[in-house]
Design a protein around this ligand. Structure first.
Ligand code: ZN
Length: 133
């Protein structure tokens, strides 16, 4: 049996794919997608799918765990410059201890947390290192 709570269902396009907006007027890329350009104020925004690939600029290691999150310690949060030129902060996965800055990374869908009240598992985008690129 599959359960899709309405909110998750509504957001699945942006949750499961990297959807951004591209301003028709000035070319600005808006992520996450919004229908107003944050540079020029235009509302002519086209949806584009980001490649999901980028370069890890830097990252931090987090040894604290929030309640309800998967018990994987430590966790890593990276600052990633996507190939489209925008920088995002996102969780990292499949990380070796000797992770270096400027590692190539790609987006992947991973379990983020499970809700102990209703047993639903939330998924979200995490980035993992790409080898041999
Ligand atoms: Zn614009």
């Amino acid at each position: 049996m599959k359960i899709f709570p309405p909110q998750i269902w509504r957001n699945k396009e942006t949750m499961y794919r990297l959807i951004a907006g591209k301003c028709e007027k000035c070319g600005n890329i808006i992520f996450p997608y919004r229908d107003v350009c944050n540079k020029c104020g235009s509302t002519k925004i086209n949806k584009i799918k980001l490649s999901g690939r980028g370069t890890l600029l830097t990252y931090t290691t987090n040894y604290q765990q929030l309640p309800g999150l998967e018990k994987v310690t430590p966790t890593y949060i990276g600052l990633i410059r996507l190939d489209e030129g925008i920088e995002i902060v996102a969780p990292l996965t499949d990380i070796d201890e000797d992770l270096k800055d400027n590692t190539r990374v790609e987006a992947t869908i991973r379990r983020v947390k499970s809700d102990s009240n209703n047993g639903l598992i939330e998924y979200g985008i995490k980035f993992r290192p790409v080898e041999n690129e």
